[in-house]
Write a new protein. Sequence first.
Lengths: 794, 100
Amino acid sequence: MGRFLSTQHRSGFILYIVITVLLALAILAFALNSLKSGTVTQLAKNVDQNRLTLLAQSANAEVVAIIRSNANYALDSRIFARLRSVFPDSGGTAPGLNTEIVLLSNFAPQQTLEIANNAGYNLVIKSRATLTAYREAPAKSVLAFNAYLDVISQAYLDGAEENMIEVRERRDVRLVDLRHRFDRYALFVKNFGPSYNHPKRRILIEGIPADGPFMSHAFLGNHNYPKCAEVQKHLLFDLFFEESSKLPNFARITGYSGLKAFAGGDMPECLFFSNSYPFASLTGISVSQFYQVRAVIALYEKFVNQAADGCLGNSKPSKETKQKLKELCKKAMDASNSNAAAYEICQDFHDNFKMSGNVGIYKDCAGFKKILNTCISKWPYTYGFTDANSIWNLENLSLPDLPAPRAWATALAFGGLASPTAELNDKGAYFAEYLEKKDGDDYNPERVRVGKMPMLYGSDCKNKLFVEGPVFLRFFKIGFLDTFSQTIEFFRGNANIEPETVPLRFYRYDKDTNNFLNTKLGAPVPFSGLHKEEFLMSRAVDNVSINALMGDSISIFDGDGNEITTSTTILGHPNTTEPLQPGGSNISAVNFGRLIDFKTVSWNYPNTEIFVEHRIREYDGKDTMFVDGCIYIEEGDLDLSKVNQFYGKGMIYLGRGNCFVSDLKRLDGRNDTLRIYLRDGKFIIRSEYDTAEIHASLAAFSYPFGTTDPTRMGTLILTGQSKVKILGNLLVDYLYTHDSSGNGLADGGWLIIQHDPLIYDPAAEVDGEKLDPYHVSIGPVKTMYSVNAGGKTF
Amino acid sequence: MDQARWLIVLSVVVVMSTVLSLLHHFSEKSPKTIVNIDNPAKISTQKSSEPYLDSKVPGVARPIRKIRYSKPPSHVFSVETRTEFTKENELIKDKGKIIK
């Protein structure tokens, strides 16, 4: 019984458990049923919504990626064109600010759809993207816009449109036109440069392949010209026959028709033009101006000495001059018959010669006047033009020493410019005159920097370049009064007049203005070149504009952008003293710079370290800088000397600091352009080798503008390199290719500036492909994000 | 009997917890399967905000054979005034303000 009870009790217990479990399952089933009809349905909906949101986000990301990849390089794409429609000069009518520009509409992002399909979801996704420009940079010289990009994607399961999720995001967009007036300059230098003519540290500019008014410009200013007494502060570029003669207007300027030498002169054929002209035909000078011509005086005194010797019976010829000769004449007269011709010669000198201070006055002596008049009627005035390199030995130039003249240029006849004389402290007249002090200042030592002008027109002298600024050509005239032989009646006898050649030395124009040397002739002497030769003396011709080398006139865009033809042959006047600018504007070159609109800058960096960290990566085994629109760096030295290449298009604007560069080349010769603007710094070449090649526009200007402190000025420090090539352009406060501290070029070095056509005109058409002058930066950060499950925008 | 009762209660709790956990687990896990895509690299490239991961493939330097220039736009001929530079300088002097 007990056993039965025990078994019965156990089975009852099992039944109890089974019932309890069944009850629990029933409760569970009930609970699940309730959940399914309420919470589970909601849960399922949430799951769907999350899924759709995620896919809509993915669609937005895909759309942003598509826009970004089409923004700057897909020239044929619709998105590319529509982004640029913001700009007023992009071809169409600009829609204006706060107008929506539809970039994409009802677009089905394929990658996202593919993801959904792979996950087994039959999804419908539509995207729309619009651009709205809301701000334009206020400065006229900066064309840039702030805009925002709205991307909206709608996602729903096919057949369940009522359960749609719309995700919207907004990103900041900055659109800039990278073009600037500086682009048109291959070289822009505000300050005077003393080394432009340096014969062994030279500048070569390769302008763009010109087409009509499209040509490279250069501005070379004279600000901070060293203090001197001369008022005129021009830049003088020395013609160099070997190169300059290849230029189209060289012959027109110099009268060149083949190299010549002075007849009978022991000299190389180095004259562009030479001529001999009867002195008697000259006008504008008076006989009285020749009373002190040494050759005439010497000839006259020789005759007087001979007469005195005759009277005194001297066998040894006397060589007295001035007062001593007068005393000799007195002795001769005392020892001679008064009827003799020799007596009369001595008497004429004794009675009429006077001293005025240290200067002998011969003008009242009849014999002197006779000789002088003979000379005036018979002198051949001979002159020719050549370059500095032919006169001075520039191969051995070692600054600060003055260059030595070549041997032929020191011969008596040809020595008017360069022959060193004790009277001029062993210098030639040209140097001595300008090194002389006036009113406590040197007259103008910068004029003694003779040499070879920069190669402005390319290595083959075929590229055009329009030079702005007070830049003139310089070449030299050597003139002399040649000897002749003439027998004249002289005091009842005959005398053979054969005066020495008279070198016509250089005199400054402001000095001793009664001198026949620097007196302007009444009419110019014959010369087939451009200028009128109106002085007798040897001198520098320095009033022909540098631009005359390209032709008598040249077609350019004026300061307002109109195509004009301007004359290059107005003597003494440069085409422009300041950089070309719009009519009515007269801003000094000193105050030229480039503005940046901070609100349209794509990237801001507080210092260069962060910039380097963020922007420089290794690509293809080389340190590569990635450029994206306008990048502002607040301060710091930017060391790009290890960066081999860059990729992208844009400008780095460094607020304060130097930039070290070495070899920095672009990756793609059609698309990549870089401008580096140092607002308060210098470019310094830092290279392991003795050459450097930089593919960028390099600009360095001090701020505030116009500083006279060289440590604050913007420049390119060449650090003794033998060859520095810039494919771009160079814009600086000053530029020295020779520097006593060794920061210029190496001896024999070259600074080559090849004006990059892509910098000159970023909108040019290259081999039929239109380039893009704009850059669009799309911000990495969402400035707005929203999810909408209760309606739709489109 | 008392022991058995507690066993029943415990078993009910365990079963319900397990079922609810399973429900919870599946409700969270299911959307994540969307991310398990065949080619995640493609997507990550597109989503990148880094401009230097642009899809453009750098080409070799191409020499220019023929070039035609365009007429420069008007802003290229504008000259910056001293006032504009002064204004810019004022902005730059506010160190750090430009950096956002």
